[in-house]
Structures are given as C-alpha cells and as structure tokens.
Design a protein around this ligand. Structure first.
Ligand SMILES: Cc1ncc(COP(=O)(O)O)c(C=O)c1O
Length: 390
C-alpha cells in the first residue's frame, strides 16, 4: 500500500476555531462587521507592536491598499524584491505603478539592502521634487522589502536611505508573521506592513490579510478604501474609488483562534527546522537555510538548495524522486523580472535569484508534521542521495 501523502504546508486548526465559528453563526455576525474583526485587528496590532491594524480579505489586497495610502501614484516606480511570490509586484501594477526589481543576497536569500542603497544613490537623481530614476525618468516613490520564507530582510539600511529620500517602506511581511529583526517584530520596521492568512501561511483564516501601521491617518484611509470609500454610508456618497477588501467576521473568528496559538506554531516550525538541520547537515550538495545573526526566523518554509554537481541530481530530480514517495516539495518562485507581464520593467543587477530558482526546494514543514513523517522525508532524501551518488 502506498504511504500517505506528506503535504508541503497545510493549515493546522487545533484551538478555538469551531467555538468561535459557532458564535458567529449563533449571533448572526457573519459578514464584514462583527466583534471578531475588531478582536483580530487588536490582537495583530498588539502582537506586531503597531498602533493600528486593518483586516483585509487577502494579503494582496492589503499590499494594494498600502501602496495607495503611502501615496504611490500611476506612473511611479516602486523597488521590490525579485525573488518573491508575485503578489506584491501585481499590487504595484494595480496601483498603476512600475516595479523595479532588486536582487537578493546569496546568504539569506532576502532583498539585497546594499543593492537598494546603490541603486538609489547611483541610478536615481534627487531634485527638489523627489527622486527620479535616471534611466526611465520616472519618480521612485516607495520600497517593498519582502521578508521571504519566514526570515527578515536586513531592513535597517533600507529604512535609513528611505528616510533620507522621503520614501515610504512597505514591508511585505506576508510570509514572516512572528519573525523578528534585531529583536523587533517584523511588520513594525517600516511605515506600513502587510500580512497574509491564506491556507499555506503559518496561521490562516482560509483567506485573508492585515495591514498594520503606526500612522493614524493612513489607517483611517485604509479602512475607508477597503470598505468602498463610503463618505456618507447612509446616503451612499463616495468621493473616491473604493474596494471591497474587508475580511468577514467568520474569517476573523478563525483568525482570533489562530492568533491564540501563533507563538506555539512558531516554536513548532523552528523545531522542525532544527531537526532538518541536524539530520541533513552532512548531506553532500545540500545547502540548508541560514538564520542571520540579527534574525529570528519562523522557518515558515524550510527551503534547501541542491547543488547538482555535488549532490548528483538537481532540485527537480530530487522533487520527482520525493513525489514518487508521496512527499510534496516545491521549487521557489521563478524570478519575476523574467515573467511575461514584467519583462519590460527594469531589473537592477540581478545576479542571485536565477540560481536560487534553479536550486531551491522547499520541504514539508506543516505545523502538524509528525516526527515520523519528517523522518520519512529525511530518509527519502538520504536514500535518493545514496542512489544518485551510486
Ligand atoms: C510574499 C507574498 N506576498 C503576498 C502574498 C499574498 O497574500 P494573499 O495570498 O493573502 O493574497 C503572498 C502569499 O500568497 C506572499 O507569499
């Protein structure tokens, strides 16, 4: 009989989810307004350490709104990581702006702060009106560092140069809830940050997102824009184009229950990472994910690099071998500067992301992954490695 499927990363509902859902249905608070929406927002603001949190129906919606409240206008340019799920780049496009793709560092695979600084200093021109890209002539008006895989970007140099030029920093923290940078929560490092609660994230609401900020007028604007920009909700007066981006009370009820166990989930994820690290450290041709000295990673995904020459097989061959044993793994995202909708956008000194896309493979790391199943993944990797070597 084939062994049961081990998925890459699936939700874990083991707390008060059902109790709170029942409460929604019994009280009839099932839609965009309700006590769980407010409770979820309060929990998130407190957890991250920001004054305000605005719940949205996806992380992508939160990013779109973050760009609008940060003042990004059609025709502007926004610096963004090139190695990311495509959502933040699409959000830039929704705002009518253009992405400028930034490389990641070879050690930690996060947005390369040195290259961001270099780009702004060498490739842009500051005049009285702001910052302009010398090559395209367009205004550069925001930076989106994307904390990928549960590990923070080295954001201090980015925040420092952004301050110098008056650029807002929008953290895409969708993959890094619970991570810390120099001891400070990811999401409280820039001007506004966005989280996601889709099904593969460390906690989930089925689908959902959150925008957090310390800026009161931005938070008010985010609430206004995510609820169809109602200037007079009784007479249906609208002075701006709004969006139907709010989270429902039902989703927020799940979110409140998931927040109650978030710290435990972070501990579990780090435990999974530790076991992988111990068991795979001596395997030839595997590079394991590193945690920077300034980082507390959640290891939301546990991603390794497979060096074909030393391992005897490339990442896709390893993926196929594990799939044959009913173990799901995934490569990282294809670099976005090469994707069809964004091929004409500027990409600055991209030297790392292609290799990471070729070599990376994420291993099963659900919160509910049992030690026995994790051992199955480790054994399968070892058996494959022995066969490739032979
Ligand atoms: C880096 C990144 N940004 C944004 C998103 C968008 O989040 P959502 O799926 O909730 O729209 C995701 C997740 O899907 C992501 O991984």
């Amino acid at each position: 009989m084939p062994e049961a499927m081990i998925p890459l990363s699936v939700p874990e509902m083991r707390g008060n989810e059902l109790t709170y859902l029942r409460e929604c249905i019994e009280t009839n608070w099932v839609s965009y307004v309700g006590p769980f929406v407010t409770r979820f927002e309060d929990q998130m603001a407190k957890y991250v350490g920001t004054c305000h949190a605005v719940a949205t129906n996806s992380g992508t919606a939160a990013l779109h709104i973050a760009l609008l409240i940060a003042g990004v206008k059609p025709g502007d340019e926004v610096l963004v990581s090139n190695l990311t799920f495509i959502a933040p780049v699409n959000a830039i496009q929704y705002a009518g702006a253009f992405p400028v793709f930034m490389d990641v560092t070879p050690q930690y695979w996060q947005m390369d702060a040195d290259k961001v600084v270099e780009f702004l200093e060498k490739e842009c021109l500051a005049d009285g009106k702001g910052l302009r890209n010398r090559k395209t002539g367009r205004p550069v008006t925001a930076i989106i560092p994307v904390h990928i895989l549960g590990h923070p970007v080295d954001v201090n140099p980015i925040v420092a140069i952004a301050k110098r030029y008056g650029l807002p920093v929008i953290e895409d923290a969708t993959e890094a809830l619970g991570a810390k940078y120099h001891g400070q929560m990811v999401g409280a490092l820039g001007d506004v940050a966005c989280f996601s609660f889709n099904g593969n994230k460390i906690i989930t609401t089925g689908g959902g997102g959150m925008l957090v900020t310390g800026n009161t007028s931005w938070a008010d604007k985010a609430r206004y824009l995510t609820t169809q920009a109602k200037d007079d909700p009784i007479e249906y007066v609208h002075h701006e184009v709004g969006y139907n981006y709010r989270l429902t009370n039902i989703q927020a009820a799940v979110g409140v229950a998931q927040m109650e166990v978030l710290d435990e989930y972070v501990r579990i994820k780090r435990g999974i990472a530790e076991r992988y690290a111990k068991s795979l450290a001596d395997m030839p041709g595997l590079t394991l994910p590193a945690e920077a000295p300034w980082a507390f990673s959640t290891f939301w995904l546990y991603t390794v690099l497979v060096d074909k020459a030393r391992h005897g097989a490339d990442s896709r061959a390893v993926q196929r071998a594990l799939a044959g044993k009913n173990i799901q793994t995934r490569p990282l995202w294809a670099p976005i500067h090469a994707q069809r909708p964004y091929r004409d956008c500027q990409a600055y000194r991209i030297e790392v992301t292609e290799r990471l896309h070729r070599d990376a493979l994420s291993l099963p790391c659900s919160v509910g992954l049992s030690q026995a199943n994790q051992q199955r993944v480790i054994d399968a990797l070892r058996e494959g490695s022995a066969r490739f070597e032979g």
